[in-house]
Design a protein around this ligand. Structure first.
Ligand code: HAM
Length: 420
């Protein structure tokens, strides 16, 4: 049988990894500029973490989780997102005992059983940040600013921020009631999922992508009309800081985001290249999650974005490096003695930090030269019988074609290669 990767889970091939590495390096650089530290939670968690943390009524938990029993029959799940894991780690390690305020970032694979399509896969990768331990609206804006700074530093323009506040749990009780009242006469004409959502959590109806539901959703009340004074004040301050930083936003009163842990601020950053539906990244506050997962009452705010989507956008705009930089030196060898000398030279040069490669297939000179070109070697050193005998060879600079004589000594070759 011919093996294939699992549907929706694809290889990131060597042609693509330079782009991934470049983007990941930029994410780390910007996260550090905002003083976020990296955290790497495991990929597998106990299922209850997600069903409790994200919410039973969400699509992610309801339809999209990769859940399986381990050998002892415990239910485990491949993480569909990382916020619940980061908060679990915060609580489990008692991070709040040493420093309750933690600014963390992560990059890694996530798993959701969704229909694979452009920018959407079953194993995908997220980069994200979580700032846990402060309620200040300036922190919401720091997180948004980090996302924005990252996108701009990657060269993405045409960004638009969708912003909303869904208030505190008390506000949401009122809002949910208003939604129930609004949808009551309409729900019979809506999709079976929405009928379930109507019972479980009518907020989730607003995430529905089904065409038949859209006309009904359009006229639904917005959450900002149900905010208490404190939540309204928080939202006003968030908007004030955004204005101050000239980060433009559009209030979307029906943006509720597909996960149950959100409170107050929710947002998505959208790029025109992806179409209206698909957000580059999304996030918000989750002021009840730490407590819900067994920690002390502690607020939090964060976002996550999909690497695949980001790379699609960057590629569409020609903003990606297409390949790795080449090697510093390729050793062309002719014969066994030359090979023996080259093996030793390569070993010594690599330990000096020079990027070196050589031929292992006994190919003809012309083929080796062609290969050196293909791997973007900056220099080539041809070693044949004569060179071994005299202990000298000619070092060729590939762009200029200039040749200089060198002794077959690592120090000398290293100095010449580094110097030019
Ligand atoms: P989310 O909106 O479910 O939020 O996912 C965040 C981002 O992950 C999306 O905007 C999208 O770019 C990407 N994404 C989601 N599903 C897929 C998929 N199947 N294929 C490719 N990319 C995908 C969260 O996950 C929250 N944990 C974000 C957060 C952090 N909120 C607060 N802190």
């Amino acid at each position: 049988m011919a093996y294939e990767s699992v549907r929706g889970m694809r290889d990131i091939l060597p042609e693509e990894t330079p782009a991934w590495n470049a983007v990941e390096a930029r994410i780390r650089e910007i996260a550090r500029a905002f003083n976020y530290r990296e955290i790497r939670p495991p990929v597998v968690e106990h299922t209850e973490l997600f069903s409790r943390g994200i919410g039973e009524a969400t699509d992610v938990v309801n339809k999209e989780m990769y859940t399986f029993p381990d050998k002892k029959g415990r239910s485990l799940t491949l993480r569909p997102e990382a916020t619940a894991s980061v908060v679990r780690a915060y609580v489990e390690h008692g991070l709040f005992n040493t420093e309750p305020f933690q600014k963390l970032y992560y990059i890694g694979p996530m798993f959701r059983y969704e229909k694979p399509q452009k920018g959407r896969s079953r194993q995908f990768h997220q980069y994200g940040v979580e700032a846990i331990g402060a309620l200040d609206p300036a922190l919401d804006v720091e997180v948004i600013d980090l996302a924005w700074t990252l996108m701009e530093s990657l060269g993405i323009k045409g960004l638009s921020l969708r912003l909303n506040s869904i208030g505190c749990p008390e506000d949401r009780v009122r809002y949910r009631e208003a939604l129930r009242e609004y949808f009551a006469p309409r729900i019979g004409k809506m999709c079976p999922d929405c009928q379930r959502r109507y019972e479980e959590n009518p907020l989730r109806i607003l995430d529905c992508k089904n065409e038949i539901c859209q006309p009904h959703i359009q006229g639904a009340p917005g959450s900002v009309d149900y905010l208490c004074d404190e939540c309204r004040d928080h939202f006003e301050k968030v908007k004030g800081y955004l204005d101050q930083l000239s980060l433009s936003y559009r209030i979307d009163p029906k943006l509720v985001r597909g996960l149950d842990y959100y409170t107050r601020t929710v947002f998505e950053l959208v790029s025109v290249d992806l179409g209206a539906q698909d957000a580059l990244l999304g996030g918000g506050r989750y002021d009840g999650l730490v407590e819900q997962l067994g920690g002390p009452a502690t607020p939090g705010v964060g976002f996550a974005g999909g690497m695949e989507r980001l790379i699609l956008v960057l590629r569409a705009r020609g903003l990606l490096p297409e390949s790795d930089s080449g090697v510093d030196l390729f050793l062309v060898t002719l014969g066994d003695e030359a090979m023996s000398a080259a093996v030793e030279l390569a070993h010594a040069l690599r330990r000096r930090g020079i990027k070196v490669d050589l031929d292992y297939r006994g190919r003809a000179l012309r083929k080796q030269m062609k290969y050196a070109d293909q791997i973007k070697a900056q220099h080539v050193l041809v070693i044949g019988e004569n060179e071994v005998k005299t202990g000298t060879a000619r070092l060729k600079e590939m762009t200029t074609g200039e040749e200089t004589g060198v002794a077959l000594k690592p120090e000398e070759i290293a100095a010449k290669v580094k110097g030019g």
